[in-house]
Write a protein that binds this ligand. Structure first.
Ligand SMILES: NC(=O)c1ccc[n+]([C@@H]2O[C@H](COP(=O)([O-])OP(=O)(O)OC[C@H]3O[C@@H](n4cnc5c(N)ncnc54)[C@H](O)[C@@H]3O)[C@@H](O)[C@H]2O)c1
Length: 252
């Protein structure tokens, strides 16, 4: 556990899901957490406050930065969106929106908070995805944006390291958020899908938002002072497991 007492941490998209778990974890470890989100979560715990944020808007990002005091020790670029569409059906607007939220957002947030991050030897953690490494069907924009987040992480680590700012990314696999749960619950063969998802993961189950939050806390904290430019996969070894046809699989 890292001690973030006296440190301001900004978490984008922290109203729910993975971002909420990250905000809760950093607050539990002592940070003063600014939750930037389009939506007011209304039920934040102690050491946490919501500031309205649209990561696609320069004005909104600047307004949040102005709320953060002189120094920001931790920035977690978590806000992200996903949609499913074939490349034939996808619109330019959909593509641009995905890029604006998922890729330009982390860049814009880091740019706006840079003077405050350098003031305190800060750490940036971007939330990428295993879909920045591989892809599910119908995810051209999402996968491209998350691959971009991984590249951005390396580039920011190189450029900001001399200013005392470390930058890493976490690439989560299948995490049990409301979004995923609603999708699974809609399936006619829900129980079968849950069992098959478990078998997909060598650890035997999907991840919890807190599993991502604990890795973020490590990367943001002093125990990771020599770790920068890395993408840490948090997926229960799903991407380490090579697929086999059912006839060759010992699990069949
Ligand atoms: N859930 C998963 O399995 C999974 C896997 C890999 C990566 N991720 C990534 O983790 C991050 C969080 O995912 P989640 O499942 O918790 O998603 P979620 O949809 O539950 O939460 C996303 C949050 O971001 C906020 N948000 C969306 N657009 C915004 C904007 N323009 N400005 C500010 N806030 C905005 C939403 O209001 C919401 O609170 C995303 O970047 C996602 O791509 C999720």
């Amino acid at each position: 556990m890292s001690d973030f007492t006296g440190i301001t941490a900004v978490v984008t998209g922290g109203a729910q899901g993975i971002g909420r778990a990250i905000a809760d974890r950093l607050a539990a470890d002592g940070a003063d957490v600014v939750v930037g989100d389009l939506r007011d979560p209304t039920d934040l715990g102690p050491n946490q406050r919501w500031v309205h944020l649209d990561v696609t808007s320069e004005e909104s990002v600047a307004a949040l930065a102005a709320e953060c005091g002189d120094a920001v020790g931790v920035l977690v670029n978590n806000a992200g969106i996903m949609f499913e569409a074939s490349i034939a059906d996808q619109t330019v607007e959909q593509w641009d929106t995905a890029m604006a939220v998922n890729l330009r957002g982390p860049w814009l947030m880091t740019k706006a908070l840079l003077p405050r991050l350098t003031a305190d030897g800060g750490a940036v953690v971007n939330i990428g995805s295993i879909e920045g490494i591989g892809s599910n069907p119908l995810h051209t924009a999402y996968s491209a944006s998350k691959g971009g987040v991984h590249g951005l992480t390396a580039a920011m680590a190189v450029d900001l390291g001399p200013m005392g700012v470390r930058c890493n990314a976490v690439a989560p696999g299948w995490i049990d958020t409301a979004l995923n749960r609603e999708y699974i619950d809609r399936l006619p063969n829900r129980d079968q899908a849950v069992a098959e998802l478990g078998r997909l993961h060598p650890v035997g189950h999907i991840g919890d938002p807190a599993d991502v939050a604990s890795v973020v806390a490590f990367l943001a904290g002093p125990d990771a002072r020599f770790v920068s430019g890395q993408v840490v996969v948090v997926d229960g070894a799903r991407t380490s497991k090579l697929s086999l046809p059912p006839s060759l699989s010992p699990e069949a």
